[in-house]
Design a protein around this ligand. Structure first.
Ligand code: CA
Length: 389
């Protein structure tokens, strides 16, 4: 069996309204799908993390840099392929866009392996430790509006996300520490005693500002405080984790086993959030997961993008061993973006319908059972939304 062609599809549409987080506002939804074709007629699908023009840059890496390295290789030799590509690109980037690009290719190779074996991905990874996983709904994005308008909107939106059936929700912050504490208080009120809430700073604080917000989060009983400081600020992470009672989470901007080894040995994370579509794909995710568990650090995957990314993560969450285990073990959750995303809701011939499942099943989502990722994108849908790179 041989790899014959690799295509990148960058999909984009204009969102109904502008959305923001602590770093920027954005008006377009982007997804980057990778398609690996073989001489056996089996096609695998993967996805690369990276919005907007980053996706267009990654498309060039997938098609012009990685594809020539591996055309003709056996797609089942995915670990050999991973190391061949990584070793050839090491001098040109051990993190960032080369790894995001490799991730999409690697995920597609696992999809092929599952289709060839006639088995779902979770079984290739060793089997399902759980048949369904709880989802948490994130929303409460920043907009160009006053603090008072943010406060009112966040309180309402937090309540609305719990009304959808989610038992936990995650908000953005980034207006500045004092205003952000007001937003957190509003979300705590909106959630009440119906569920939990988490706070995502997207690394906008200094360590001292993160302590200021973090102390308020302790009082408000937030579940976790995500990316409080810059991912490079290992000292800041360690000091925050040692000094605050709220869980410190992060890791979505970290790559490969060597980057993860460093942040885990630093002891700055209560919860690790690896992004499979960025850190190096499923092959590397498995190594990062083992490293996290070797440090007894629980894992709740970072999830972003299309239905391909959501399906990939459902398999990974199903196959994640309990750590440390027990009658009522700590359980991972599926991250779910409640804002407008056609690439998640309309891409597949059989939609995952996460929101329908959450509403019907106490906040839980089932794991796809078909071979490979167990999902098939509509070709016409891809053609409709694809942009030229
Ligand atoms: Ca985040």
């Amino acid at each position: 069996m041989k790899i014959t062609e690799i295509f990148s599809h960058v999909l984009q549409y204009d969102l109904p309204g502008e959305l923001g987080y602590s770093q920027q506002y954005y008006t377009r939804r982007t997804a980057h799908l990778v398609e690996v074709r073989t001489d056996a007629g089996v096609t695998g699908w993967g996805e690369c993390f990276g919005p907007g023009n980053v996706a267009i840059g990654n498309k060039a890496i997938v098609e012009k840099v990685i594809q020539p390295m591996i055309l003709g290789d056996d797609p089942l030799d995915r670990d050999v392929i991973w190391h061949k590509v990584y070793n050839l690109l090491r001098d040109h980037g051990q993190k960032g866009m080369p790894l995001q690009s490799l991730s999409g290719v690697d995920i597609a190779l696992w999809d092929i392996a599952g289709k060839v074996a006639g088995q779902p991905l979770f079984r290739l990874l060793g089997g399902a430790h759980r048949t369904r996983v709880r989802a948490y709904g994130y929303g409460m994005m920043l907009k160009r509006q006053s603090v008072a308008d943010h406060v009112a909107r966040f309180r309402d939106e937090a309540a609305a996300i719990l009304d959808m059936g989610f038992t936990a929700t995650k908000m953005k912050v980034g207006l500045g520490p004092r205003d952000d504490v007001q937003l957190c208080r509003a979300v705590a009120e909106g959630v009440g005693d119906r569920g939990r809430f988490m706070v995502d700073a997207n690394h906008c604080y200094t360590t001292s500002d993160a302590f200021y917000v973090g102390r308020a989060l302790e009082e408000l009983d937030a579940y976790w405080f995500e990316e409080p400081v810059a991912p490079e600020d290992l000292d800041g992470y360690r000091e925050l984790r040692a000094g605050l009672k709220v869980n410190i989470s992060g890791g979505e901007a970290e790559f490969n086993r060597w980057g993860w080894r460093q942040i885990l040995e630093n002891r700055g994370l209560d919860i690790a959030q690896p992004e499979v579509c960025a850190l190096g794909g499923i092959s590397e995710y498995q190594r990062v997961l083992a490293l996290c568990h070797a440090h007894f650090t629980p894992v709740i995957n970072h999830v972003w993008g299309s239905a391909v990314a959501v399906a990939t993560n459902l398999h990974l969450l199903a196959a994640m061993p309990p750590m440390p285990g027990g009658l009522h073990p700590w359980e991972p959750m599926l991250e779910f973006d409640t804002t407008d995303n056609r690439f998640r809701d309309e891409l597949l011939t059989e939609p995952l319908d996460v929101q329908g499942q959450v509403a019907a099943g106490d906040g839980f989502v089932s794991i796809p059972q078909g071979p490979g990722l167990g999902v098939e994108p509509y070709r016409d849908f891809i053609r409709h939304y694809e942009i030229d790179g």
